[in-house]
Design a protein around this ligand. Structure first.
Ligand code: IPE
Ligand code: IPE
Ligand code: MG
Length: 268
């Protein structure tokens, strides 16, 4: 497995186009309520936005897209909404996987899958297997995912497999056990729907991620809205603990800020 550099251990290389975008897709319920529709209509519409976001990433050559679909706290919703969300998830997997396969997208699901019924678990495994040889875009769906769950499951597995290092475990010992060990840390985090919180998403992995919040509701987050997020990202100075002056000096050594000189600058 390729292992990616940790932003706290070494200064990662950054590029004009983020390598990895992680999104909290929020606002489906409000989108529906504004139209006097049931909340579920918003979730259903949200699946269309997922398709659009995948097309966007393929066209902009973003290598990793991670979408928060169901949090470990979303079980607190009504049993009706939870069960409709599970059905929607299964249906989307069945309908979309061949298209993903044909478009070079590798699908991965992260989260505590043990709480899903066995049919859904089998469907998840089969969907991942069908696309496992693709490498244009890795699409990760976080389902029954929680950032705290992720860290705790990683600690438990590390403790079992590396008992000899107890008392001396370091960041790099834990990192390989995290659910998204196959991806670089997100460069850009987007949350739609107006709330400005992390809601137990990728707590460990967001250490040096740039944050972007928008009032746009997920069902309305189109190509142009995604472009705006990237434009905002391209204006950021990613210092990773250094000063601006140090950053400018380091730029020549290719470990600098978001460098858009080589093209791919988005004008919106
Ligand atoms: C996000 O939309 C999707 C899930 C959490 C499953 P919401 O359902 O949270 O929509 P709002 O926040 O109520 O508008
Ligand atoms: C976060 O959205 C989880 C997902 C989008 C899957 P929520 O709508 O559940 O978050 P809170 O409860 O408002 O923080
Ligand atoms: Mg919400």
């Amino acid at each position: 497995m390729v292992s990616f550099k940790s932003s706290t251990q070494t200064i990662p290389e950054t590029a004009c186009v983020p390598r990895h975008v992680a999104i909290i897709m929020d606002g489906n319920g409000r989108w529906a309520q504004k139209r006097f529709l049931p909340r579920f209509a918003g979730h259903s519409r949200g699946v269309e936005t997922v398709r659009e976001a995948v097309r966007y990433c393929l066209s902009r050559k973003i290598g990793y897209l991670t979408l928060f679909a169901f949090s470990s706290e979303n079980w607190r919703r009504s049993t009706e909404e939870v069960s409709l969300l599970m059905q929607l998830f299964s249906r989307a997997l069945m309908q979309e996987v061949s298209k993903l396969k044909n478009n070079g997208v590798r699908l991965r699901i992260v989260g505590d899958l043990s709480r899903f019924d066995s049919e859904l678990q089998a469907l998840i495994r089969a969907s991942e297997q069908k696309t496992e040889h693709n490498d244009k875009l890795t699409l990760t769906i976080a389902a029954n995912y929680g950032g705290r769950w992720d860290i705790v499951q990683a600690v438990n597995r590390m403790a079992v497999e590396r008992p000899e290092k107890q008392g001396e475990w370091a960041e790099e010992d834990l990192a390989p056990y995290l659910a998204m060990n196959y991806a670089p840390e997100p460069d850009l985090f987007i949350r739609t729907g107006g709330e400005e919180r992390v809601s137990n998403f990728l707590l460990w992995q967001l250490a040096y991620t740039e944050f972007y919040f928008t009032d746009t509701l997920w069902p309305e987050f189109d190509f142009a809205a995604f472009d705006q997020a990237i434009v905002s990202y391209q204006k950021r100075e990613r210092r990773f603990g250094r000063t601006s002056e140090q950053l400018a000096a380091d730029k020549d050594e290719a470990a600098g800020d978001v460098d858009c000189s080589a093209g791919a600058k988005i004008n919106a």
